[in-house]
Design a protein around this ligand. Structure first.
Ligand code: HSE
Length: 296
C-alpha cells in the first residue's frame, strides 16, 4: 500500500486575549509520511523523538483505536519546519497529522468533527488544533467532549512576523506559571478584547488589532519566563506592528503588520533582535494558511 502523506500548518494561538480559544494557521508546515510496516521506524527527527513516545505516532494510534483498527507497526518520516516548543503549534501539528493519517489508513474515516474532538482531548485545549485542522482564523470552545468552532479566512494582506527567541519554553511550564484565579476586572478586560479580536478577523477589519491585542490573563505571568520579552514587544511596536502578542504559550512574540510593509518592518526591527544579551532572536515572516491540514 502506498504511504499516506499529510501536511499540517503552524499555528499561533490566543492572539493575546483569546486564551485557549483563538488561533490562526500560518504558512509554515510539517510534513508526515507514514506506511504500515513491521516494527517501528521513525526518521527525520531527533533521536529523542524517534520512539514510542512520538506525538505523531501516539495520535495515529489513538485514531486507529477509535476506528477499531489494529496497529501492526509503521514506518514514519517527518519533515518538520515548525520549530519545537516555540509557541508555533508543533505539538498540534503532530496531533492533527497523526489523526488524519489514521483516518486515511484505518478502517473507515474519523470525520473532521471527531478528529477535532480527539485532537482537543490529546492537546488539552482546542485553539491550536482547530486552526491547524481548519486553516484561517478559528474561534474554538470545548465542552462535554464536543468542540464548537467559528472560522474566517484571513487576508493575504496581513504578515505575521514571528520573533523567535534562541530558547525553548515547554507549554507545561508556561501553563504552570499561570495563577489559579484572576480578578473579575481582569476577566472582563479579556472578554471584551477577545470579542473585539474575533470581530476584527470575522469582519476583516484589522484596524482593530492594536486595541484587541491586550491581555491580562496569561502574558503578564509568562513574560517572566521569557528574557527580552518586554524589549522585543516594545521594539515590534516601534517598528510599526498593527498588533503584538505572545504566540500561544510563547516564547515567540508575534507581530502583525501589513504584508506590503513586511520588508520595512524587518529592516526596522533587525537591530533590536540581533543585539540581545540572551542571544539573537530570529524573524520568520509568515502569512495565513487558509487551507488547514491536508492529505497530499
Ligand atoms: N492556549 C495555549 C496556552 C496555547 O496558552 O497555553 C499553547 O498550547
Amino acid at each position: 500500500m502506498s504511504p499516506v502523506r499529510v501536511r499540517v500548518p503552524a499555528t499561533s494561538a490566543n492572539l493575546g486575549p483569546g486564551f485557549d480559544c483563538l488561533g490562526v494557521a500560518l504558512d509554515l508546515y510539517n510534513h508526515y509520511e507514514i506506511s504500515e510496516a513491521d516494527g517501528l521506524r521513525i526518521s527525520g527527527c531527533e533521536d529523542e523523538y524517534a520512539g514510542e513516545d512520538n506525538l505523531f505516532l501516539r495520535s495515529f494510534r489513538r485514531g486507529l483505536e477509535e476506528l477499531g483498527s489494529p496497529f501492526r507497526g509503521a514506518r514514519i518520516h517527518i519533515a518538520a519546519d515548525i520549530p519545537i516548543a516555540r509557541g508555533l503549534g508543533s505539538s498540534s501539528a503532530c496531533i492533527v497529522g497523526g489523526l488524519l493519517a489514521a483516518s486515511a489508513l484505518g478502517r473507515g474515516n474519523l470525520g473532521a468533527e471527531r478528529v477535532l474532538e480527539l485532537a482537543t482531548e490529546i492537546e488539552g485545549h482546542p485553539d491550536n488544533v482547530a486552526a491547524a485542522l481548519m486553516g484561517g482564523f478559528v474561534v474554538s470552545v470545548a465542552g462535554g467532549g464536543k468542540v464548537e468552532t467559528a472560522r474566517a479566512p484571513v487576508s493575504a494582506g496581513l504578515a505575521f512576523c514571528a520573533l523567535v527567541p534562541p530558547f525553548a519554553l515547554e507549554t507545561s511550564k508556561a501553563r504552570a506559571a499561570l495563577p489559579r484565579s484572576v480578578s473579575f476586572a481582569d476577566a472582563a478586560f479579556n472578554a471584551g478584547r477577545a470579542a473585539l479580536m474575533a470581530a476584527a478577523f470575522m469582519g476583516g477589519d484589522y484596524s482593530r488589532l492594536a486595541a484587541a491585542c491586550a491581555d491580562r490573563l496569561h502574558q503578564p505571568y509568562r513574560a517572566a519566563l521569557i528574557p527580552g520579552y518586554a524589549e522585543v514587544v516594545g521594539a515590534a511596536g516601534k517598528a510599526g506592528a498593527l498588533g503584538v502578542f505572545l504566540s500561544g504559550a510563547g516564547p515567540t512574540v508575534m507581530a502583525i503588520c501589513e504584508a506590503r510593509d513586511e520588508a520595512a518592518f524587518a529592516t526596522r526591527i533587525a537591530e533590536s533582535l540581533a543585539g540581545r544579551s540572551e542571544g539573537p532572536w530570529r524573524l520568520i515572516v509568515l502569512h495565513a494558511d487558509n487551507e488547514g491540514a491536508l492529505l497530499v
